[in-house]
Design a protein around this ligand. Structure first.
Ligand code: F6P
Length: 519
């Protein structure tokens, strides 16, 4: 795979890129009035408009040829079929099994994992409904009003992102708090706000060994013991993990334990029992709708031809921007405040997955892999860092995400958000050239010297590539589709780059050094 750059398909793209680098989006739009029709897709109620990417239909054909040369279809099938594609850990990669809503079995080492997946979902439902109805309650008999999720990375980011995104669907009797950092600030702030008799802690950790999580969990446990007595934690703590011995040691009773499996990567785990806190916050029915949305994207990814396949197109456009147009980063800009943690969620998903420097065979890559992912909700971003995007020297590609119907009752405000989103996409694509700037200044009555002095400062070069993703409304199904879209994009890119998207050895050294320095 390290020889991908030597293939005719890669070389054809390099050749094509030499031409495309010289072309401006203004020119591309002028040359093809049907550009939107040929460079947008509508699938699963997502309008995926990539007409403002610096591509033509020929670029897409060449990228698809590259995907075929990398045997992408076979790699997609290998993932869905439970092959051990996480080769450095010898593990299958089956977050798709967690949201498999069909009757299709999914085998790992010859065993169908679906009965266990379904049993865990049933156990989650029973627990969530028990907490909501008051059947499951605290040590003193009081119902739970607060849930504190203690976890970090994949055991935190998806939970925070999804419950914020789906805040409109929240159970009004439950407040969710998330504690992740080691420094104690979030824990202290949370403990100050809650009543121990009415609080359920969910310790969420795939390994149940993570320093941050275990430290926060131990302190929280002692806090409960100090206020409610030794017997209380058994009712006030639930846990999600693959590590049953560690849950034993933490005295989590069997009815409060939720299992997950080593074939679920942490950053892909919000679909598993790691989503327990999400389900507690929004209810199991809504949680299962999110699974349904993920499943629909899986079916699309598994079966749609590449030219219609949203994750494939998204992944390939990312490769084009990164490897052929030299983009350093991708800014994700949601025009819905409810998605304010979506960029942070994607940071772990993409950068922990594809931030790799060696191929599957262990040889150093000769090309760029994952760039930096970052972002903020659109309007706020416009008033902070968009200056750099419009006129600075950084090379940044953009993803705009927006619901047509807003998440607030004030649709006229969402209409303004949309106007801003489209205005920005247009400004980034077309910019403002010398003639336009001059005409503007002359119309304002400035003299020639002043016009000449100000013109260079007011130029907007444009030609900044972006994709706009529109959807009718942000709900659990749509969120499930969006998360799965980006997850599969990651797989697509890892296949092109020939890297393992499912290990994360790069986080180990710091952990080891911290534990040796802590004493
Ligand atoms: O340090 C990185 C990491 O291993 C992530 O991959 C993971 O999501 C996070 O730590 C938390 O791990 P755990 O769920 O085992 O506590």
């Amino acid at each position: 795979m390290s020889l991908i750059t030597q293939t005719p398909e890669w070389k054809a793209l390099e050749q094509h890129a030499r031409v495309m680098r010289e072309r401006h989006l203004r020119e591309l739009f002028a040359a093809d009035p049907k550009r939107f029709e040929s460079l947008s897709r509508c699938e699963l109620n997502l309008l995926f408009d990539f007409s403002r990417q610096r591509v033509t239909t020929e670029t897409i054909q060449l990228l698809i040829a590259l995907a075929e040369a990398c045997d992408l279809r076979a790699r997609i099938d290998a993932m869905f079929n439970g092959e051990k594609i996480n080769s450095t850990e010898g593990r299958a990669v089956l977050h798709t099994a967690l949201r498999n809503r069909s009757d299709r079995p999914v085998f790992v080492d010859g065993k169908d994992v679906m009965p266990e997946v379904k049993a865990t979902l049933e156990k989650m439902r029973n627990f969530v409904e028990g907490v909501h109805s008051g059947r499951i309650h605290g040590h003193t008999g009081k119902t739970f009003t607060d849930v504190v999720n203690i976890g970090i990375g994949g055991s935190d980011l998806g939970i925070v992102m999804a419950t914020e995104a789906l805040a409109n669907y929240r159970n009004r009797n439950i407040r969710l708090h998330c504690v992740s950092n080691i420094d104690g600030v979030q824990l202290a702030d949370t403990l100050e706000k809650i009543d121990p008799a009415r609080t359920l802690f969910v310790v969420c950790s795939k390994t149940f060994t993570t320093l941050e999580t275990m430290t926060n969990a131990r302190i929280a446990r002692q806090w409960v013991v100090d206020r409610l007595g030794d017997g209380a934690p058994a009712r006030h703590f639930a846990a999600v993990s693959t590590n049953s011995a560690a849950m034993d040691a933490f005295l989590i009773p069997p009815q409060n334990r939720f299992t997950m499996w080593d074939w679920v990567g942490g950053r892909y785990s919000v679909w598993s029992a790691v989503g327990l806190s999400v389900a507690l916050a929004i209810g199991m029915d809504q949680f299962e709708l999110m699974l349904q949305g993920g499943y629909e994207m899986d079916e699309h990814f598994r079966t749609a031809p590449f030219h219609k396949n949203l994750p494939v197109l998204m992944g390939l456009l990312g490769v084009w921007n990164r490897n052929f147009l030299g983009m350093d980063s991708l800014a994700v800009l949601p025009y819905d405040q409810r998605l304010h943690r979506f960029p942070a969620y994607l940071q772990q998903l993409e950068m922990e997955s594809n931030g790799k420097g060696v191929t599957l065979e262990g040889t150093p890559v000769e090309y760029d892999t994952c760039g930096v992912i970052w972002g903020e909700p659109g309007s706020n971003a416009q008033h902070s860092f968009f200056q750099l995007l419009h006129q600075g020297t950084a090379r940044v590609a953009l993803d705009f995400l927006a619901p047509v119907n807003g998440s607030s009752p004030y649709q006229e405000q969402q209409n303004l958000a949309l106007a801003n989103c489209f205005a920005q996409a247009q400004a980034f694509a077309f910019g403002q050239d010398t003639d336009e700037v001059r005409a503007d200044l002359v119309e304002k009555g400035l003299d020639e010297a002043e016009v000449a002095r100000l013109t260079p400062h007011k130029l907007h070069p444009g030609n900044r590539p972006s994709t706009v993703i529109l959807f009718p409304r942000l709900g659990p199904k749509t969120l499930g589709r969006l998360i799965a879209l980006y997850e599969h994009k990651v797989l697509v890119q890892s296949v092109i780059w020939g890297i393992n998207a499912f290990d994360q050895w790069g986080v180990e050294l710091g952990k080891k050094l911290a534990s040796s320095l802590a004493p």
